[in-house]
Design a protein around this ligand. Structure first.
Ligand SMILES: *Cc1c(COP(=O)(O)O)cnc(C)c1O
Length: 357
């Protein structure tokens, strides 16, 4: 198998250890003589995986009592609708920090009044707005903690006067989180915690059951709480790989250790972007994401963009093309992206500068 440096934005690089042990279970699951995709989801062996996966979430994130961890289908995009369906009675507040945040608030429009407390659209979402007011009569306040496309991130767990809801699709498990600050956290697994197909939801139970509308069974979080994420057949293989990915995080030393590695990787690449005359970062420094690092060619070097892309490709860099709405380059350096890959990209940028300046 050829070796590449995988900077894909999602789906993306996963721990090799998690992939290898999932392959074994794909052949023979827990000694059952069947593949994990052939066994009943009601079997005790599968129940063991569900229980262990939930326990890993609670352990790694230090989730307090009163919260439930759910595994569902539909991706983060289905949560854009499920959140207001279950929580929005009259009014909800949204912070518009990018395309995903905007898509989330668009779904809330179907259910009630939506207050946009602030937006960074004026500068193509290159910063996290500060100094806005959250309406105290809102049913909840929705944020997107990491803006995958623009490379900005809310680095701290903010205090909110109303229930705080967060889309953490692209920075979950990248740092310790004070879950007690949030009423609900959700995301697609396919960035830091596994393959596409499973969606995680961490919800404080006491925020549910407060809206007057009727909620269809599959859309009601209480269904999934009551049935421990097995009201219907769960996405078994995706959950299995998530289980293995979380085990790898735990063996790596948990979220403090992972965070330290992530900070070091991001610092390595950002310092090269700031040093190298040919490149410039797009996000404001205070808002820079630890997960998705966006940069473009500096003034005077714009015509070198495709040449650098080609140069990097020849050196086994994969997935560094920026999102079409930003242009340039984006290196996603999720948990499982090794520091060696980041170093290889830095070396590649240095070499390109030497050859072209
Ligand atoms: C990738 C992503 C999504 C979309 O997730 P799906 O599971 O594909 O619906 C939503 N929000 C953020 C922040 C993302 O990075």
């Amino acid at each position: 198998m050829k070796t590449v440096h995988n900077f894909n934005a999602g789906p993306c690089v996963l721990p090799q250890q998690a992939i290898n042990s999932s392959i074994e279970e794909l052949k023979d699951f827990a000694g059952t003589g069947m593949s994990v995709i052939e066994v009943s989801h009601r079997s005790k062996e599968w129940q063991g995986v569900m229980d262990e996966t939930e326990a890993l979430w609670k352990d790694l994130l230090q989730i307090p009592d009163g919260y439930k961890v759910l595994f569902m289908g539909g991706g983060a995009s289905t949560q854009f609708m499920m959140v207001p369906f279950n929580l929005l009675e009259k009014k909800a507040a949204y912070l518009e920090t990018g395309v995903w945040a905007k898509k989330a608030s668009k779904e809330a429009d179907f259910f009630g009044e939506v207050v946009k407390v602030a937006s960074s659209a004026d500068k193509n979402y290159t910063y996290i707005p500060q100094g806005y007011e959250i309406p105290k009569d809102a049913d909840y306040f929705h944020i997107t903690t990491n803006n995958t496309i623009y490379g900005t991130e809310i680095h701290t767990d903010m205090a909110s006067p109303v229930t705080l809801v967060a889309d953490m699709s692209s920075d979950i498990m990248s740092r310790p989180v004070d879950v007690s600050k949030y009423g609900l956290i959700y995301g697609g697994a396919q960035k830091n915690v596994g393959p596409a197909g499973v969606t995680f939801v961490i919800v404080r139970e006491d925020i549910l059951g407060k809206v007057s509308r009727k909620i269809p069974t599959m859309i009601d979080y209480r269904t999934h709480i009551k049935e421990s994420s097995m009201f219907n057949t769960p996405p078994v293989f995706s959950i299995l790989v998530m289980n293995k990915t979380l085990k790898w995080i735990k063996e790596t030393g948990g979220l403090q250790a992972i965070y330290k590695q992530n900070i070091a990787k991001a610092a390595l690449l950002y310092s090269e972007i700031d040093r190298n005359a040919m490149f410039v970062g797009t996000a404001e420094k205070a808002s820079r994401s630890v997960m998705n690092i966006c940069f473009v060619m500096a003034d005077g070097y714009q015509e070198k963009e495709s040449a650098f892309m080609e140069f990097a490709k020849e050196r086994a860099m994969v997935g560094i093309k920026g999102h079409r709405s930003v242009g340039g380059f984006r290196a996603s350096v999720y948990n499982a992206c090794p520091k060696e890959s980041v170093q290889a990209l830095v070396d590649c940028m240095r070499e390109f500068e030497t050859l072209n300046t």
